[in-house]
Design a protein around this ligand. Structure first.
Ligand code: FES
Length: 107
């Protein structure tokens, strides 16, 4: 895989997201309250706006989620699936931490 540096771990506070451009895709990277990191597509599928990285990080019955700032629908951080409209999902990307940086695999 072609790992690409996104930011340092200290640039991604707990329960926040950052947006990055990876191989022409805008990706939203999140860090949860339990210190896990996830990467999803940044474009909200309903509004078409690149705003997912600004969503609220939370949890629904144990599933880590981000809520779109546009219409508040929640997406699973693990699968990208929209929990309110299950036929819709965001793409997910492999993400890892290495030497205190966060990296995403480009295709
Ligand atoms: S997609 Fe904008 S929300 Fe289910």
């Amino acid at each position: 895989m072609n790992w690409q540096r996104i930011c340092s771990e200290s640039d991604l506070p707990t329960e926040f997201g950052v947006a990055a451009l990876v191989d022409g895709h805008t990706v939203a990277v999140f860090r949860t309250a339990t210190d896990e990191v996830y990467a999803l597509g940044n474009v909200d599928p309903f509004s078409g706006a690149g705003v997912i990285s600004r969503g609220i990080v939370g949890d629904r019955e144990g599933e880590p989620t981000v809520s779109s700032p546009m219409h508040k629908q929640a997406f699973s951080l693990r699968s990208g699936q929209c929990l309110d409209e299950p036929e819709t999902r965001l793409p997910t990307y492999p993400v890892r931490r290495r030497a205190e940086t966060i990296e995403i695999a480009a295709s």
